[in-house]
Design a protein around this ligand. Structure first.
Ligand SMILES: [Zn+2]
Length: 183
């Protein structure tokens, strides 16, 4: 039907309710997000993973406090709402983010998720690093990440692998997926 005919039909003014229904139809009920990050081990700095400081002779260098897991979670959340990535929001070249607590980045991503009309349901992660062993610290990391994200610890997956055959022994890598649902 030609467009002008549609608008000439009697009783066809688009009501606010119709607009609301249309907007709600366009907004997906669920969204997934994926984040990936890597940082290089450097001697003489604290090792922070998932907001927890782990005893180790090396830490992760680079952007902010180098918390590879919080960075990947932040990017997964931002990706789920098709937002700008962590590097765009918090450029490593900006001196104000030097040694910054990565929880600041995560909080901003969660704020944007809420503004977009979503909430975090659960997240799953896989860390890839040669040392230290994550198993003994997994519960502490899970508890802290859950606290930072405002979800139950039972909704936070923390897994770790060693980089067999990957040649990435000097780095820590984090992969994260998140599920959001409409609020
Ligand atoms: Zn990072």
């Amino acid at each position: 039907m030609p467009l002008d005919l549609v608008f000439k039909l009697p009783n066809y003014p688009i009501t606010k309710l119709q607009i609301l229904i249309r907007v709600q139809t366009l907004k997906p009920e669920f969204r997934i997000g994926y984040g990936w990050d890597s940082h290089e081990f450097k001697p003489g700095i604290p090792l922070k993973i998932g907001g927890v400081t782990l005893a180790h002779d090396q830490g992760l260098g680079g952007h902010s406090d180098g918390d590879v897991l919080l960075h990947a979670i932040t990017d997964a959340l931002l990706g789920a709402i098709a937002g700008p990535d962590i590097g765009a929001l918090f450029p490593p070249s900006d001196p104000q983010w030097k040694n910054a607590d990565s929880a600041v980045f995560l909080r901003e991503a969660l704020r944007r998720v809420k503004t977009a009309g979503y909430e975090l349901v659960n997240l799953d992660s896989t860390l890839i690093l040669s040392a230290p062993k994550i198993g003994p610290h997994a519960d502490a990391i899970r508890t802290r990440v859950a606290e930072l994200c405002g979800i139950p610890a039972a909704c936070v997956g923390i897994k770790a692998k060693t980089p067999e055959g990957m040649g990435t022994d000097k780095a820590a890598i984090a992969n994260v997926v998140v599920l959001l649902k409409a609020r």
